[in-house]
Design a binder for this molecule. Structure first.
Ligand SMILES: Nc1ncnc2c1ncn2[C@@H]1O[C@H](COP(=O)(O)OP(=O)(O)OP(=O)(O)O)[C@@H](O)[C@H]1O
Ligand SMILES: [Mg+2]
Length: 379
């Protein structure tokens, strides 16, 4: 188990007296259970890489503690700071940092050859472990190829094999797929997940790509301005964002202003939005709601059904769950169709599979189920 507690990192201002430096990580705490993949997700500059580099020992934190499997790697109070090469961690970065002048086998075996005499692995064993590591990433047979004569995806897999060969206690990955094209990224995502699952290696993953985070992680922590704003399973993060920032960052939520019209027993409220009424669920983080309160409603485009005026029975004016609108834009995306529908005062985006695009200017009904619209705190 990796335990990070109250981690802070302030970068120096370079000696300028009027500048207290930049607080890149501001009191981050999390735990990564053995064998799990934990992902730090957030926009550029939110402190993901800095957090990872503190765990790796490549950055000295300003405060906090970091421990792995019960042994302390960093403790500000006790002045403990284990050197990076003694932390026994495997690392993969966005730039794979493979050695261009070496073959594939030389690259992979590098970590086994650099240790001191005591740590060095016998030659026969090195060959065996190189073969096993390359097989794990489906690169068997490439041993003697120059590392630069591999494709981007193959180079990334080589970097992974090299990170795993020394049997690290944990794997740290910083945007490892971001240099690959979209198609390759998708297949490497599954490949990486398979490898992590099969090797059972505890992993800390850093990305700004929410699809990657949702697809690969056991637990996702969404970061903003050096802090973790929500932690949970991919489904929890997606379905129950604690605030508008998370709702907007994960997927592409419609965020609409509304006014609470009635609160009911149970957890559904009726909220007036864009000229209609909707049932909506308060997020666990919202405080008690009262009638008349202004709120923000988050709805996923794929949870909204669009119906033509003619196909649907027009609901009575005060039936919650229906919004009336006019199609303003549409896009056929192959596997789905997106529409932008103007409702009173705002635009709602919908995404559906297997439907005919509606005409621009067509009057439609939007149907939103109560469990699919969430009341989220702003911020
Ligand atoms: N060596 C440094 N000196 C000073 N400030 C730094 C340094 N490295 C990072 N920062 C600042 O710390 C903040 C966090 O940077 P970090 O690299 O951790 O962000 P990130 O979440 O990894 O972003 P990205 O998605 O762009 O990689 C940023 O504002 C950045 O400008
Ligand atoms: Mg980064």
């Amino acid at each position: 188990m990796l335990r990070v507690e109250r981690l802070r990192k302030r970068y120096d201002s370079g000696g300028r007296r009027d500048d207290a430096g930049h607080l890149a990580v501001d009191g981050v705490s999390f735990q990564v259970p053995d064998g799990k993949m934990y992902t730090l997700l957030g926009p550029s500059g939110c402190g993901k890489t800095t957090t990872l580099r503190c765990v790796a020992g490549l950055e000295t934190p300003s405060d906090g503690t970091i421990s792995l499997g019960g042994s302390v790697l960093y403790d500000a109070a006790d002045d403990i700071n284990v050197a990076p090469n003694r932390r026994q961690l495997g690392m993969v970065f966005q730039s794979y940092a493979i050695w261009p002048h070496m073959t594939v086998a030389q690259n992979v075996s590098y970590p086994l050859r650099i240790g001191g005499r005591a740590q060095r692995v016998p030659k026969a064993q090195v060959r065996e472990r190189v073969e096993a590591a390359l097989a794990a990433v489906h690169l068997e047979g490439y041993e003697d190829r120059r590392a630069t004569a591999l494709s981007g995806g193959q180079q990334q897999r080589l970097a992974l094999a090299r990170a795993l060969i020394a049997r690290p206690r944990m794997l740290l990955l910083d945007e490892p797929l971001s240099n690959l094209d979209a198609k390759l990224r998708e297949s490497m995502r599954l490949e990486l997940k398979r490898l992590q699952r099969e090797s059972g290696i505890t992993s800390l993953y850093v990305t700004h790509d929410q699809v990657e985070a949702l697809a690969m992680s056991n637990v996702v922590a969404v970061m903003k301005d050096g802090q973790i704003v929500q932690e949970g399973s991919p489904v929890e993060i997606y379905k129950s964002p604690v605030n508008a920032f998370v709702a907007d960052f994960i997927g592409s939520a419609n965020l609409l202003d509304g006014t609470v019209r009635s609160t009911q027993a149970g957890d559904c409220c009726v909220v007036e939005v864009g000229g209609g009424l909707l049932y909506a669920q308060p997020s666990p983080a919202s405080p008690e709601l009262r009638s008349g309160q202004e709120v923000l409603i988050a709805m996923r485009p794929e949870c909204i059904t669009i119906e033509g005026r003619d196909d649907a029975q027009p609901p009575a004016a005060d039936t919650p769950g229906w919004l009336e609108g006019i199609v303003r834009n549409r896009a056929f995306l192959g596997e789905s169709v997106e529409h932008e529908v103007e409702i009173a005062g705002s635009v709602v985006r919908t995404r559906g599979m297997d439907i005919q695009p509606r005409g621009i200017g067509e009057h439609v009904w939007l149907r939103v189920r109560g469990e699919d619209s969430r009341i989220v705190p702003t911020g």
